[in-house]
Structure formats: C-alpha cells, structure tokens
Ligand binder design. Structure first.
Ligand SMILES: [Zn+2]
Length: 76
C-alpha cells in the first residue's frame, strides 16, 4: 500500500480515526508521517507498538489534536 500523501513511498504508518460512526484511515510513509505528526511521531509509533507503555495524558491530547486537524471536514 502506497502512502496516501505522496503516493510514491510504501506506507508504514497506519492510523485509523473514529469520528462518530465514521472512520478515516491514513496510510503514510515515515517521511510524510513526520511532516504531519512532527515530534509526536515517536508517540504515535509508541502507541501502536505491541506491549508499549500507554501514552501520557499530554501525549494523548496532542495526538488527538493532530488527528482532529487531519480529519476530513464534516459534510463534504
Ligand atoms: Zn509519503
């Protein structure tokens, strides 16, 4: 599966966001994920790693904020 942003590199970051009954998936290569998530890429990867410790409340808030900004607008 190719990166949804650049369409050139193989996606390695798979993020699913649920908004109400809808869900959006974002498949990004590490380079694009870094652009989107910046310093929180580490936290994002951590949250997806098996057996990883839970995110801190601050990391969770920031992750939620970034994902909210990344979601497609309501109502199209
Ligand atoms: Zn990309």
């Amino acid at each position: 599966m190719l990166c949804q942003r650049c369409g050139e590199r193989e996606a390695e970051i798979f993020q699913t966001q649920h908004l109400g009954e809808k869900s959006y998936t974002r498949d990004l290569c590490p380079a694009c994920a870094k652009l989107d998530y910046g310093v929180f890429l580490g936290a994002l990867l951590q949250s997806q790693a098996p057996g990883a410790p839970p995110l801190t409340s601050q990391e969770e808030r920031e992750l939620r904020r970034v994902l909210d900004e990344a979601a497609p607008p309501e109502g199209g």
